[in-house]
Design a protein around this ligand. Structure first.
Ligand code: SF4
Ligand code: SF4
Length: 397
């Protein structure tokens, strides 16, 4: 049974965060996952160069508390991530991590260069360029943020590892693994080869709505810590109101033996960060009602349609039935970044004139949502096609 510790933390208070993490380390015996002198990389989710108030990246106070607790284990720490479009150093600076890391002697890992890695145990992913900073480390600590995600429903620990693949190659992998099931297999292979020693999820201020980049910050008040990334994500999924078994990424990771997504096989401990006392214990299933935020705004998960889109009827389904990205022209600044981000060839999104709103060719679109993720002003939303909604309901029933 997986074990996940949840601490009620309503504000990014440094003392409370340090106490919460120290208590969770004790309960999980997390210190035994590390040997003194090891090089450990903290891998925060730094999707883009944005201010931490937008809840796109883990809060710097969580990073600071985590680095303090890990430093006390006599480890050599580094940190880094490869954002989709921004430069790694710029993303870290905007997220508020650089000053903290410099002060604490946590080195910025090299996420600008990469080396090709063979995935000998990879079932679907056989080779990928992995950031040099990851390869230089003895192990990873996964510092993720609880957010909605247009493609996967949610992003947390399992999806966070996608950032160890450097820059533009991430977009190409969307083409190599064009539907959600194959993408989920690829994420499982990544998580098998680079399994984190520990996972810390910042769900104190999560993101709902048009995530992972342009959603709204949503206070949830939980710091979630575990050794099993799938189980930590399952807890986040329950908070958002999902059944973790409906999320293909989690279901696939569990099937691949990477962790537990079933709420009956995840043991929860509630920890009072102030007193250090345990205030509750039981399975995630038992705690679901208490944890779920009923009005959390999350994307619909239309698995059946994603699967149908890989059949011969795919182009028709993609054009007329499936949910799809759509540009709100009143918000669009015509910057063209979404066109650059589109990984398919020929592109499924084109901008005929520099001052025109880009236009979609939905039959070419693989629904990777790179365009929606990258738009700096949140002009791209996921639009439910009404025939698709009807069909999804029928397939579900
Ligand atoms: S990235 Fe956003 S703002 Fe820029 S052209 Fe595309 S939709 Fe418009
Ligand atoms: S148009 Fe957007 S969702 Fe479609 S393939 Fe291109 S980037 Fe992906």
């Amino acid at each position: 049974m997986a074990h996940v510790v949840l601490c009620r933390v309503l504000e990014y208070d440094p003392i409370l965060l340090h106490s919460a993490l120290s208590g969770a380390f004790r309960l999980l015996d997390a210190q035994s996952c590390f040997q003194p002198g090891e090089n450990i990389l903290i891998k925060p989710n730094l999707l883009s160069a944005v201010n931490p108030d937008r809840a796109v990246t883990p809060h710097p106070a969580v990073f600071s508390a985590l680095a303090q607790v890990l430093s006390s284990l006599d480890l050599k720490l580094s940190y880094g991530d490869s954002p989709a479009m921004s430069q790694p150093a710029a993303a870290a600076r905007m997220a508020g991590l650089t000053d903290i890391a410099d002060r604490m002697g946590v080195a910025q890992a090299d996420f600008s260069t990469s080396a090709s890695v063979r995935f000998n145990q990879g079932v679907h992913l056989k080779e990928a360029p992995i950031a040099t900073g990851v390869l230089a480390a003895d192990g990873l600590v996964n510092l993720c943020k609880l957010k909605t995600h247009a493609l996967t429903g949610m992003t947390g620990a399992v999806k966070n590892l996608y950032g160890i693949i450097v820059g533009p190659r991430k977009a190409q992998l969307h083409v190599q693994f064009p539907d959600l099931q194959s993408f989920a297999h690829m994420l499982s292979d990544l998580n098998r080869q680079f399994a984190p020693r520990l996972v810390v999820m910042d769900a104190i201020m999560a993101m709902e709505g048009n995530g992972p980049m342009n959603g709204k910050p949503r206070p949830c008040g939980w710091l979630i810590i575990g050794l099993d990334p799938v189980a930590v994500d399952a807890v986040g999924a329950v908070i958002m109101g999902y059944d973790p078994g409906d999320l293909l990424v989690l279901k696939t990771a569990q099937k691949a033996g990477l962790g537990q997504a079933d709420p009956e096989t995840i043991r929860i401990t509630l920890l009072d960060a102030v007193t250090g006392e345990t205030t509750g214990q039981g399975s995630l299933k038992e705690f679901s009602g208490q944890l779920e935020i009923p009005d959390f705004v999350r994307p619909a998960v239309s698995r059946s349609l994603m699967t149908l889109a890989t059949t011969v009827a795919g182009p028709l389904i993609k054009r007329h039935v499936m949910e799809r990205p759509a540009i709100r022209s009143s918000v669009c600044t015509r910057c063209g970044q979404c066109v650059k981000a589109c990984p398919v060839d020929p592109k499924a999104l084109t901008q005929k004139l520099a001052d025109a709103v880009p236009a979609y060719q939905y039959d070419r679109c693989i629904r990777c949502y790179c365009c929606q993720e990258i738009c700096p002003v949140g002009a791209i939303v996921v639009e439910p096609a009404w025939p698709g909604r009807l069909l999804a309901r029928k397939l579900k029933g």
